[in-house]
Ligand binder design. Structure first.
Ligand code: FAD
Length: 319
């Protein structure tokens, strides 16, 4: 994988893709006879490897693991900070908030760069969303939602949860929510999954939709298609047509976009969505001009600047 001239591999992101890429590279170096001068650094904005796919669960206390011990044993350096710039001409990344106390930013030179910065929830500029809307995009977001649910004082007033966005994350959360609310002492929970599309689960395919419908009937989840949210407040949402949905909890799960860092390396972007029971990367990948159509398996490779086709498998079975 690594040619003789490569001295420093920098991996951006400590999620599944980045961790797998760094550990995979370290393993290959360990197996190689000529690896003396090659260093691997992983940069992540915090010290955690977060298992985002579990963020809809009630107990997420073990849904993130400290990166340092994992990386240390593989000989990979961890730099904690926010990558704010990638300069592909000079082959450096700028990391802010990294380094010794007082040092605001530092640069890291690279010979190979693995961009595995993942995706982030899109939060449109809807009045009230930033203040009253919850999400399960990150561990911290999911933790805030859990705290809010646990602190609901009025069990009757707090019985309604509106989830906006009926993709995989929204459907998953909606199915889990009735049991979660009952577990908190809410006897008659009302869970509504709304989407602007005219059918719930549209993006999940023809096979999935009847399964989702059955599950919703069994679990008592209300599906609300063709909904457009105009405003959110503490007690619910006002729709564009003026009608109201009262809910003490609103969770926004309507869409993600790849990390903005991808634009800095000028790659074409494809968001690769995972299949159930398999965790794959939802993140930008390089699209080589001579192969406009790549099968999914090939898309699950860490994107390496300059070398799009070096596979670093990022597909893990969910156990
Ligand atoms: C609730 C939920 C359920 C999901 N369920 C599934 C599922 O069932 N199947 C599936 O395939 N996918 C699912 N997904 C999508 C899933 O999150 C991704 O498939 C997977 O996390 C992608 O891994 P990744 O390593 O590419 O990115 P991420 O897990 O997002 O990791 C990116 C890492 O990069 C770091 N980072 C980002 N930007 C910077 C920066 N500028 N500087 C420093 N560090 C940075 C982040 O802190 C993070 O640690 C789900 C997502 C959610 C939120």
């Amino acid at each position: 994988m690594v040619e003789g001239s490569v001295k420093h591999i920098v991996v951006i992101g400590g999620g599944f893709a980045g961790l797998w890429a760094a550990m995979g590279a370290a393993k290959r170096l360990e197996e190689s006879s000529d690896n003396a001068d090659i260093a691997i650094t992983l940069v992540n904005r915090d010290e955690w490897h977060a298992i985002r796919v579990r963020n809809y669960e009630t107990n997420i206390s073990d849904a993130r693991l400290p990166l340092r011990p994992l990386l240390e044993q593989a000989g990979v350096e961890l730099v904690i900070g926010e990558v704010t710039d990638i300069n592909t001409d000079q082959r450096v990344v700028t990391v802010s908030g990294a380094g010794d106390a007082g040092e605001k930013s530092r640069t890291l030179g690279w010979d190979r760069l693995v961009l595995a910065a993942g995706s982030a929830l899109v939060r449109p500029d809807i009045p009230g969303l930033a203040v009253f809307g919850f999400s399960i995009d990150t561990w911290d977001d999911a933790n805030q939602l859990n705290t809010h649910l646990q602190e609901l004082e009025d069990k009757v007033a707090g019985s309604s949860v509106l989830i906006v966005g009926a993709g995989m994350t929204g459907v998953e959360l909606a199915c889990e929510m009735p049991a979660r609310l009952r577990g908190l002492g809410i006897e008659q929970p009302r869970v509504i999954l709304a989407d602007s599309a005219n059918e719930i689960g549209l993006s999940l395919g023809d096979e999935a939709r009847p399964v989702i419908t059955d599950a919703f009937i069994k679990l008592g989840v209300e599906a609300l298609p063709s909904v457009s949210i105009a405003e959110i407040d503490r007690e619910g949402a006002t729709l564009v047509d003026g009608s109201r949905i009262n809910a003490a909890t609103i969770v926004w799960t309507a869409g993600v976009r790849p990390s903005g860092l991808a634009a800095m390396v000028g790659f074409a972007l494809i968001a690769v969505c995972g299949l159930r029971r398999w965790i794959m990367c939802l993140r930008p990948v390089t699209l080589p001009p001579h192969r406009p159509k790549m099968e999914t398996r090939r898309l699950c490779h860490a994107s390496m600047a300059g070398r799009w086709d070096e596979p670093l498998a990022t597909m893990l079975p969910v156990t």
